[in-house]
Design a binder for this molecule. Structure first.
Ligand SMILES: [Zn+2]
Ligand SMILES: [Zn+2]
Length: 345
């Protein structure tokens, strides 16, 4: 079977490897589609994991189940269409009990084999039992690839405790920014304002229901927000770009009592320099949100069933596995694209 393996940012190779054999309690899927994640195109993040088979947003069809003689019989069976999460928690440790699934050591060490951009994927027992979902009939395999990214936005918005009627600013309108925008709208935001420097993305944000957009290539974000909100600013600012500068900019857009959601990690070692006196007297909250757990993937699946998020809206490019390098470069460029998928025939 073909896999796309990344050795370094500019070196992605298509390799032929044996199809894995599912052991007891495991399943094998034939991959139908897999998203290229915007997080995977941060060189410092992905290269520390290299060499690795790219992709953690797959959907596919179960083609083989391992024996269930020594494990609990699975509720899943051959022929079912599924989304499977790359990481799954144990559901019993102290982190899992509080819902902090991504801090669970099982979550951190579990992974799909060999990775998402692979013609077949072996789903280990823990992933199969604790975070694999049967796709509802109305969801295509392409919709299924959006469950994990949507779940990350579900978790972020939950942690940020957005309230009905809030003014929400989304900085960075790549696919994750768009999902945050669509969800903020669906969860009852009063006003949603997008900011980016790419015209294609600003236009898409308006199409997806943003009330206003700010072209940060032409205008100062804070000044423009001040103007369009008559000085009110925003109760929630979601910062997509992975830099301390963007985070500072985000903080400058929050109104007293508001939240800044840091949606993407900055490079290790970057410093965010803040005035704690200003933070304190303005009751400004800084919230982070890393990845997602099984409660979030279920909610994401429901949101996709309601068509709040869909492949039709967000998938702009499709590539065969042989062209994974091109899909990766297009995602890294962050211009006239949103979601790029690798599709398998
Ligand atoms: Zn992802
Ligand atoms: Zn756990």
């Amino acid at each position: 079977m073909k896999v796309a393996r990344l050795y370094s940012f500019n070196d992605i190779r298509i390799e032929d490897v044996p199809v894995p054999k599912p052991g007891p309690g495991e399943a094998l899927i034939k991959t139908m589609a897999c998203g290229i994640c915007s997080g995977d195109v941060m060189p410092w993040y992905i290269e520390k994991k290299a060499p690795l088979v790219l992709g953690h947003e797959p959907s596919g069809e179960i083609v083989e189940m391992g024996s269930s003689l020594i494990t609990r019989p699975s509720s899943l069976s051959v022929g079912e269409r599924v989304f499977t999460h790359h990481h799954a928690p144990c559901l019993s440790c102290k982190y899992c009990k509080r819902g902090d699934f991504v801090q669970c050591s099982t979550w951190k060490s579990s992974r799909l084999i060999p990775g998402g951009v692979s013609e077949y994927i072996l789903i280990p027992v823990i992933n199969l039992e604790n975070d694999t979902l049967v796709l509802p009939e109305s969801l295509s395999f392409e919709d299924g690839t959006l469950i994990e990214p949507t779940a990350c936005a579900v978790k972020g918005l939950r942690r940020a405790k957005m309230k009905q009627g809030d003014t929400v600013v989304v900085i960075g309108l790549g696919v994750m920014g768009m999902i945050n925008l669509l969800l903020a709208r669906a969860y009852g935001a009063g006003r949603v304002i997008g900011a980016d420097m790419v015209k294609f993305r600003l236009d898409k944000a308006l199409e997806f229901g943003a009330d206003d957009v700010i072209d940060v290539a032409a205008r100062d974000l804070r000044e423009e927000l001040q103007r369009i909100t008559a000085g009110d600013m925003a109760e929630l600012v979601i910062v997509g770009p992975n830099s301390a500068d963007a985070m500072k900019q985000g903080l400058s857009c929050v109104r007293p009592g508001g939240q800044t959601l840091l949606f993407t990690p900055a490079k290790p070692g970057e410093r965010l320099d803040l005035d704690p006196n200003w933070l304190y007297f303005n009751d400004i909250n800084i919230i982070t949100s890393y990845s997602c757990g099984p409660d979030d993937t279920r909610e994401a699946c429901r949101l996709i069933e309601k068509r709040i998020v869909s492949a039709g809206k967000l998938v702009t490019h499709r590539f065969p596995v042989e062209d994974t390098g091109e899909a990766f470069r297009l995602t890294a460029k962050a211009e006239n694209s949103l979601k790029s998928l690798i599709v398998f025939s």
